[in-house]
Design a protein around this ligand. Structure first.
Ligand code: NAG
Length: 403
């Protein structure tokens, strides 16, 4: 057979080489989205990379095409600065393989009254299977921060990127600068992966949380660097199965579960892993906080593992009397905190009390496990303070455990 084939086709070498190249092209192509799918370039649709022409329409039109495509599609943002107003990229879409590839920077209007109280700047809603790769979001928040810090009445501001009611989302290598308010919010989502994200805003900027997660399941944050004026990552009610690994935080308020227990009827938080994180100069390291009000909320099965604290004010803290301003209720918090493990946490505290468990007297914290915790406070002795907290400590205990 082989001889027959070769004889019948003297040019078999060329045939084999051609077949091989086609095979390699198909199987080895870097991303099916770029090789096979339609690509919608915002510049071909009228966007101007000059940082001042409103390019919102071109962005929305690229999205509409990608979302309306019946097969995988790419929305492409080339290099340059593109002014985009508050815009929502909504689904449901006709395919579940949309790539938003960004080489350039999206710039928010510098006049904060433009996005004003709309709540968000860029929002993805009701989508499945969207990957946002690369790029920078420049929220131009400094004007609004100054307004808020001056005590004048100002708009509440916009979250730079909100992803809501969506599934199977990847955000990779995206930078977010100077958001007016929260940098990124994940709300009501399943299966979201964020990796190589960079968030940067001044340590004095108000309400500029890095990544806020609420009512979501299966959120992973990997290999990211977050410096802001508020929480690095904050985790609200209804969040389950979260994995946060290899994140550097600072400046800011650290990684926080909460605030919980604001409402009487509230979903809990469970199964959260925070591992290999570094906090530098932050207000808190790993924190769980709840309001002191009646609530059916809870936080359970939480693991904080391999954390390094560099000059952190409250490296380890559970605060169930959270009261950011005066005049809060001081009723016992209804939030049940249980099964929280701190494993291999070390470094330096900027205050004497390096470990603080201030739990609800009505529902004491249970199942707190401390294993190999070593926190120092200059050349003085760091201390631990417990109220209504139960559990066990083993391995290195510095400060000595108060459980
Ligand atoms: C906890 O969350 C992780 C993801 O972070 C998941 O793989 C695991 O299955 C979850 N465990 C339970 C018991 O749901």
């Amino acid at each position: 057979m082989a001889g027959l084939f070769f004889n019948a086709c003297p040019n078999y070498r060329a045939v084999v080489v051609l077949a091989l190249s086609i095979f390699m092209l198909l199987s080895g192509s870097p991303s099916p989205a770029t090789a096979d799918s339609a690509q919608y370039d915002v510049v071909s649709l009228g966007a101007k990379a000059d940082g001042k022409t409103d390019s919102s329409k071109a962005f929305l039109s690229a999205w509409a095409s990608a979302c309306g495509s019946t097969s995988a599609a790419t929305m492409y943002v080339p290099q340059g600065r593109f002014l985009v107003r508050s815009a929502s990229f909504d689904g449901p879409c006709k395919n579940s393989a949309i790539t938003v590839r960004i080489d350039g920077t999206l710039v928010a209007p510098s006049d904060y009254n433009v996005n004003g109280d709309s709540g968000y700047w860029i929002v993805l809603r009701h989508v499945t299977g969207v990957s946002v790769i690369g790029g920078t979001l420049d929220g131009q928040g400094t004007g609004l921060w100054a307004c808020k810090l001056s005590g004048k009445s100002c708009p509440s501001g916009a979250t730079s990127l909100e992803i809501s009611n969506s599934q199977n989302i990847l955000v990779s290598e995206l930078s977010s600068l100077n958001s007016q308010m929260f940098h990124m919010v994940i709300n009501g989502c399943q299966n979201v992966k964020m990796q190589g994200v960079m968030v940067s805003a001044s340590g004095t900027s108000p309400n500029t949380d890095g990544i806020h997660i609420s009512a979501s399941t299966g959120v992973t944050i990997l290999n990211s660097k977050i410096g802001t004026g508020d929480d690095c990552v904050s985790i609200g009610p209804g969040s389950n199965n979260l994995w946060i690994e290899n994140v550097a935080c600072g400046p800011g308020h650290g990684i926080s579960i909460g605030s919980l227990g604001k409402d009487q009827q509230e979903d809990g938080v469970q199964n959260v892993t925070v591992k290999t994180v570094t906090f530098t100069g932050t207000q808190n390291g790993v924190r769980i906080k709840s309001w002191a009000r009646p609530s059916n909320g809870f936080a359970r099965n939480i693991l904080f593992q391999h954390a390094i604290m560099n000059n952190v004010q409250n490296p380890i803290i559970i605060d169930q009397n959270y009261c950011p301003d005066s005049g809060c209720s001081t009723k016992d918090s209804g939030v049940r905190v249980s099964d929280v493990t701190y494993q291999d946490i070390h470094g330096t505290s900027a205050t004497e009390v390096a470990v603080k468990f201030d739990c609800s007297s009505k529902y004491p914290c249970t199942g707190i496990t401390m294993q190999d915790v070593k926190l120092t406070y200059g050349d003085q002795v760091a201390t631990a303070s417990c109220a209504n907290a139960g559990g066990t400590a083993s391995g290195t205990e510095q400060p000595s455990s108060c459980l």
